[in-house]
Write a protein that binds this ligand. Structure first.
Ligand code: CA
Length: 225
């Protein structure tokens, strides 16, 4: 994901950038309001982490202007103050969530994850992903191909969901491991290949055109041609 951090405390900005980069996000940092607003208005960010008190233009104003310009990036507001009024004004300016300083990095990461996940669900509209004649229903947790219901385990479903969110894109084994087996430290090294094999058996076996393709030496992709 592409993340913008607008934070004038340079040490904190650097730390956030490092932590989020380790999570494989692509991160830009601005340390004052005007630059932050300009970057945010480029509309190239999935998430904007916005400090409330900033030189030149504060976080509330940046957030308001983003929403006026119909920028849909998710906004997580950071603040040193945590009164109810502050929280309310942050949210009414169009922020999606609010985190009071000082916070633990683990809490920030959990919020970021939750916000991005929520956004993924919302942008899905009807909650159905489709590649060719394969559909995945996020709400019913159902997978069908040519109208036939396909039974998947939870891991197979998560793997397929990830592939279907990036149709036609080659995903490396390490990207897949990171996304699907994130916190599962027992994941064995060839776990991706094993699950791809299971999944292929279920979604492609018996159908004329395979959707799940191996890109030799790189990884896998799902596409409908
Ligand atoms: Ca500040």
């Amino acid at each position: 994901m592409h993340i913008l951090i607008v934070e004038d405390e340079k040490q904190l900005g650097k730390l956030l950038k490092r932590v989020l980069t380790e999570e494989r996000h692509v991160v830009d940092v601005a340390d004052e309001g005007y630059e932050g607003l300009n970057l945010a208005l480029s509309d190239s960010y999935d998430l904007v982490i916005l400090d409330r008190m900033l030189p030149n233009m504060d976080g509330l104003e940046i957030c308001r202007q983003m929403r006026q310009s119909k920028i849909k990036s998710v906004v997580l507001m950071l603040t040193a103050r945590g009164s109810v009024e502050d929280r309310v004004s942050g949210l009414t300016s169009g922020a999606d969530d609010y985190l009071v300083k000082p916070f633990a990095m683990s809490e920030l990461l959990a919020r970021v994850q939750a916000l991005l996940r929520r956004r993924d669900r919302e942008t899905e509209g009807n909650n159905i992903l489709q590649v060719g004649n394969l559909t995945l229903d996020l709400v019913r947790h159902e997978v069908q191909r040519e109208g036939k219901l396909i039974e998947l385990t939870a891991k197979e479903f998560a793997l397929l969901e990830y592939l279907m969110r990036h149709p036609g894109q080659v995903l490396t084994r390490s990207q897949i491991t990171d996304q699907v087996w994130r916190y599962d430290l027992d994941a064995i090294s060839n776990v991706v290949d094993i699950y791809i094999h299971y999944l292929r058996d279920k979604i492609d076996h018996g159908f004329a055109r395979p959707l799940l393709k191996t890109v030799r030496g790189i990884g896998y992709k799902l596409e409908a041609s």
